[in-house]
Design a protein around this ligand. Structure first.
Ligand code: A2P
Length: 338
């Protein structure tokens, strides 16, 4: 089997370190693993399976010979370095939003539109936003079966989606407040501990935030249908790992709750947890955190609309929402070479 020289850019970050563990867990055929970050953490080490790998400075690294590069160091880093890696011959799988809207960059959810990655003229493939990702693993099969006209979603997003400093901020504020100290916000605009914040990304002229508009653009691109209406409210909640979403859809043809359950029970990447009276609904802590599947529960018909359906969708935003999907894309690339 062909082996690949794999670079992880942002290897010391919340997503980067999970990319390393998912590559090792899934036994991706790695001939050499290169861990890259900023000058700040160069010289340190990160875990890759049972090994420790030296962290190298991205700014001085020569990408020649890298086969696959997984980027998760923010949009600015991707814009500057991803084209250089691609020009040197690597296939870049980018977790930032830098290229997601570009027509010549495929945006791929491994279970939903794997065929899209075949056409990658710039050598760059974009990984969708974490909460779009989990939503579409569940909605992709429904759209294929009956068509989706409209999606109304409110997200309950964990702090890990913002990165390592946000994880530290939630821990620090929680411990501080329980010890009668104040909780100064640094990463978020207001206190996140014991609070909810209806604000992700930047506010735009249309009243939505940039995080909310990603749901609109990315959903249409991945499902290949510009007519789908998407209305999103993004909320940050004091959860460490795992995003939850209350999703209400209107389908073209009616799909009853029982049929939706049957459809999703066998759909790839999904685990159905839908016995509400017996406590059978998914939550970030009881189901998703540290696990791969997208969990779906609370499926019920919308009393207020003849073709409306409600779903509760929970997944680990760092795994399926970011690192796992990036590695699944790498596996699809590896399969092309086999
Ligand atoms: P570093 O540890 O050197 O700061 P998170 O999103 O969890 O905060 O992680 C961001 C990741 O992106 C980290 O690995 C961080 O490395 C990396 N990073 C941030 N800025 C740069 C940069 N200019 N060059 C290379 N890596 C960067």
């Amino acid at each position: 089997m062909k082996q690949f020289k794999v670079a992880v850019v942002g290897a010391t970050g919340a997503v980067g370190e999970t990319m390393l563990s998912v590559l090792a867990e899934r036994k991706f055929p790695v001939s050499e693993l290169v861990a890259l970050a900023s000058e700040r953490s160069a010289g340190g080490e990160v875990a890759f399976g049972d090994d420790e790998v030296l962290v190298r400075d991205l700014a001085t690294f020569d990408p020649a010979g890298v086969d696959i590069a997984l980027f998760s160091a923010g949009g600015d880093v991707s814009k500057q370095y991803a084209p250089k890696f691609a020009a040197a011959g690597a296939v870049v799988i980018d977790n930032s939003s830098a290229f997601r809207r570009d027509d010549d960059v495929p945006l791929v959810v491994a279970e939903v539109n794997p065929q899209a990655l075949r056409n990658r003229p710039r050598g760059i493939i974009a990984n969708p936003n974490c909460s779009t990702m989990q939503m579409l693993v569940a909605l992709g099969p429904i759209h294929r079966a009956v068509g989706i006209e409209r999606i109304n979603v409110a997200t309950y997003q964990s702090v890990s989606g913002t990165g390592r400093r946000a994880l530290e901020e939630l821990g620090r504020q929680t411990a501080g407040l329980l010890n009668f100290q104040s909780a100064e916000p640094e990463v978020y605009p207001v206190q996140i501990a014991f609070n909810v914040i209806p604000h992700g990304g930047d506010f735009l002229d249309n009243g939505y935030t940039s995080e909310e508009m990603k749901r609109v653009w990315e959903t249409r691109k991945i499902l290949g249908d510009d007519t789908i209406g998407v209305n999103a409210t993004v909320v940050r909640v004091p959860v460490f790992y795992g995003h939850s979403e209350a999703v209400a859809i209107e389908t073209r043809d009616k799909l009853g709750a029982a049929d939706a359950r049957e459809l999703l029970r066998t759909a790839p990447g999904i685990e159905l947890v839908d016995e509400p009276r017996a406590g059978g609904y998914p939550t970030p802590v009881t189901h998703a955190s540290g696990r791969d599947p997208v969990y779906v529960g609370r499926i019920r018909e919308d009393l207020s609309h003849p073709r409306g359906l409600n779903l509760w969708i929970v997944a680990d935003n760092i795994r399926k929402g970011a690192a796992l999907n990036a590695v699944q894309i790498a596996e699809l690339i590896a399969a092309e070479a086999a």
